[in-house]
Design a protein around this ligand. Structure first.
Ligand code: PMP
Length: 361
């Protein structure tokens, strides 16, 4: 059998592992931070109707500049944004890849604060960008001083700030974002994939865009918006900074079906986001209950909870899986991560984890 070793693969990709969240058909999947509530039926009907209409013109290429989608995303984000300040792609992963392609590359570097979203390092390596990680403060928090010191030390071409951070769930203060944006020489990306789950009233990095042409704020329809399968992520920033991404994207990267589906979902954004408060409530329930059981949950502004105090994460992961509940081992010793699901899914998780609790009561 041919192995990778036999192939003329790039040296810098040898020995690397692909993104690898397990995909298993289980009754309770709480491992990739999706919105586990199905999309409302009336929205589904509207999306189907729009996709059906788009099918009639699939003989033609789609709108390469996805103008209607840009307008709808600008309207959804508010903050006075206009379509020229919006970019979109097949998931925010692709948005981030476009940024790495345009602003990173050989001889350039990107900085993140570990532990953080595992795709950042993979996207960096895929684009030949050097990936540098700096540390965080206690409890995985990130203060302005710690973040700025790392930016000064490494002087990266791109800084990736994950707000709230995956896999820790920790919110990132607007003060840290502002301090990094002002200290960095290069592009500063604020990945707000989980922003809609933050405490109401939390300021978005979108409020910092004016006058900062190197600041980019990415979002996704995969999480709060309950649209992960459609693969739609997007970005807000300065029109020129956005325009640069057109140099690296593939022509017609957003299919007519994707654009139609996304427009359908955005036309019902209130309904698509209706479960966000409920999910936030389940997240609080998970944190409270895990602490009561003797685990060590971290502060979360997202739809998931990272918790420590797990003697044998592999064994707990397997015990839960045996009961049809899939959560996530994220490679931090003594820790596991779980997504806040529906009330019933959350109950199933909490009942199952109670069996492995460190201080059972
Ligand atoms: N950013 C973060 C922090 C994420 O956790 C994820 C998904 N796990 C993404 C970006 C990418 O999501 P998508 O490509 O589905 O938009």
């Amino acid at each position: 059998m041919t192995s990778l070793e036999d192939l003329p693969i790039r040296d810098d990709l040898r020995g690397r592992a692909p993104y690898g969240a397990p995909q298993k058909a289980v009754p309770v999947a709480l491992n990739v931070n999706e919105n586990t509530h199905p999309i409302p039926e009336n929205v589904a009907h509207d999306v189907v109707a729009r996709v059906a209409a788009a099918i009639m013109t699939l003989n033609r290429y789609p709108d390469r500049e996805f103008s209607a989608l840009r307008q709808a995303l600008a309207d959804y984000l508010g903050h006075g944004l206009d379509p020229a300040q919006i970019w979109a792609a097949n998931g925010s992963n692709e948005v981030l890849q476009h940024i790495m392609q345009a602003y990173g590359g050989p001889g350039r570097s990107a900085l993140g604060f570990a532990p953080t979203y595992s795709m950042y390092g993979l996207l960096a390596s895929g684009t030949g960008t050097e990936w540098i990680t700096a540390g965080r403060d206690d409890e995985f928090e990130l203060s302005p001083a710690t973040a700025v010191a790392a930016v000064r030390e490494h002087d990266p071409d791109i800084v990736l700030l994950c707000a709230p951070n995956n896999p820790t769930g920790t919110p990132l203060s607007i003060e840290t974002i502002e301090a990094v944006a002002d200290a960095a020489r290069g592009i500063v990306v604020v990945d707000e994939a989980y922003f809609e789950f933050a405490e109401p009233g939390t300021p978005s990095a979108l409020t910092l865009l004016a006058g900062r042409p190197r600041l980019l704020v990415s979002r996704t329809m995969s999480k709060a918006f309950a649209f992960a399968g459609a693969r739609v992520g997007y970005l807000a920033g300065d029109p020129a900074a956005i325009d640069a991404l057109r140099l690296v994207r593939l022509p017609y990267h957003l299919s007519a079906l994707t654009q139609a589906a996304a427009l359908g979902a955005l036309a019902h954004s209130d309904e698509m986001l209706a479960m966000v408060d409920e999910i936030r409530g389940q997240r609080e329930r998970i944190s409270g209950e895990l602490a009561r059981l003797g685990f060590l949950p971290y502060r979360s502004g997202s739809n998931f909870v990272l918790f420590g105090g797990v003697d044998d994460p592999r064994a707990v992961f397997e015990q839960l899986l045996a009961r049809g509940i899939l959560i996530r081992e994220i490679g931090i010793p003594g820790h596991l991560r779980v997504t806040a699901g529906t009330e019933a899914e959350t109950t199933a998780f909490l009942e199952a984890i109670a069996v492995s609790a460190p201080n059972r009561i």
